[in-house]
Design a protein around this ligand. Sequence first.
Ligand code: AGP
Length: 621
Amino acid sequence: MCGIVGYVGHREVTDFLVEGLHRLEYRGYDSAGVAVMQPDGLIAVRKKAGRVEALAGALESQPAGGSVGIGHTRWATHGPANDINAHPHVGGQGEVVLVHNGVIENYSQLRAQLQGLGYVFKSATDTEVVAHLVAHHLEEQVKLGGTIDDNKTYLRAVEASLRKLKGTYGLAILFRERPDMIIAARNGSPLVVGVGDNEHYIASDPSPLVGYTDQVVFLADHEIAVLTADRLDLRHRDTGRLSPSVQTLNQVSTEIEKGDFEHYMLKEIFEQPQTIENAMRGRFDEDEATAKFGGLNLTPQQLRRIDRIVLTACGTSWHAALVGEYLIEEFARVPVEVEYASELRYRNPPLSDRTAVFAITQSGETADTLAAMRECKRKGLPSLAICNTVGSTIAREADGGVYLHAGPEIGVASTKAFTSQVTVLALLALYFGRMRHLSFQAGKRLIGHLKAMPEVVSRTLECHESVKEVAQRYHEATNFLYLGRLYNFPVALEGALKLKEISYIHAEGYPAAEMKHGPIALIDEHTPSVFVVPRSGVYDKVISNMEEIRARKGPIIAIACEEDDNVAALADHVITVPSVDDYLQPIVTSIPLQLLAYEIALLRGCNVDRPRNLAKSVTVE
Ligand code: AGP
């Protein structure tokens, strides 16, 4: 939910921090700040409400040069988005300065205790509580004989503080008396250490490290790292010193640049022919007319024993899960439950040991999805992940899984991840189907259809110009209905979410038939209905629903196949897409809806890549 970055070494730290915060801004952008060790022994703190640009401006007028520092870009959890609540936060009389990602659930009682000890609070944040708590325990350590030139004194102060915290944290901490050190700690919010040549980095995810180092150490929960230019000491709260397991990042910096596109979201929409191909690469077993995966980590016998599948996710990933339910039940005849992760983690449904759970997540850091998967693992269920972010918490904690290989998705509105998730779910449906009832011929047919999808999606993207015309006509509407049936019902939900989250227009997705049971009351000439109505087994039913809307003078936008005269006679605007079999339509019909949301948001002057109130990775509950 927030982005953390830090550096200790020989470089000019402020440039690295600001660039790193730009790369992390998709995680939150209510405010941003840095703290930099100054040659005079003080820590300079610069922080501003608003985006990283505002902080960069503040640094121009008030520079803070140095080679050790930390930075933060915030998605507000406690306290409004203003300068005072921006991170970094100062503990004691300035001897501790830190940044935090997460939520401290017992912050109010800790705040009262610290106020009782004379600590004065300036902000409304839970983070400032941590800063004063560390300052307090540092004072205690010195009283117990700890010396201020010994890193252990600071480590013990941090460990004592963390034991008092309930909740989640990713922390990067500076100490005025130790100008060459950063202490980082993780519990529930991701942190990765970058290992350089006589320099070390810390960040919420690897993107700020790209172009600086490809040697990384992912921190696990309850691990603490002490970073200096030439040393990385790692400890676990319970087991003590650890030897860091250094991995090599395979991410190239070009993947996190916009290239010729105005926004990351548009770039990622147009990457989809390639990302869908990436999702399938190496995963067809043509001889057996099935799919193959390298990381499920379940034997065929274990997979055959599965008699129920739970797909759990949030947001767009939950919409992909709905498509997955239809795919797996159609091709593998295995019952599938789709669960909101935030519900699954608490509602304790009856799950047998023959139930397999798949957590579907782009970021691999969504707190609710992580918690739901942990709950299922606790019950001994095979818990797998369909994830886009290599090395993310969910990917690492799952028993196995399938990576999307879609590359970093920077735009807050998920696009390429959705179509890649659906592609992977289609491969899983094929895989489970072919180990049960699906025939060789049916498997070959599905493989043929999947292989054609990158080219089909390239053709689908040609609808962009007609989408712009529709956006021009309806960008001032205040309510939209999105309607589809069967495989296009999740697409209706996804189209509505895309519009909501980047244009701030209210939109609702429904199964098309449901519109008669209430939502049709919303229809008037100012409320457009978007019908997802490619030729399918339920095409005639959707045509009837369109007639019901038309009879009430509701404007109709249709996503339909080329040369469909029936739709053309009923709809005010038709956006055409290539015709594909029902079960692959979500990959095609979702694309014009991604573009429609994008173009409408642009016309409304919204920040497409950084929509208000949102963040790319929701790492708080
Ligand atoms: C989708 O456009 C949103 N950004 C949001 O709903 C997102 O899909 C959701 O937060 C889940 O994220 P995840 O896939 O990274 O777990």
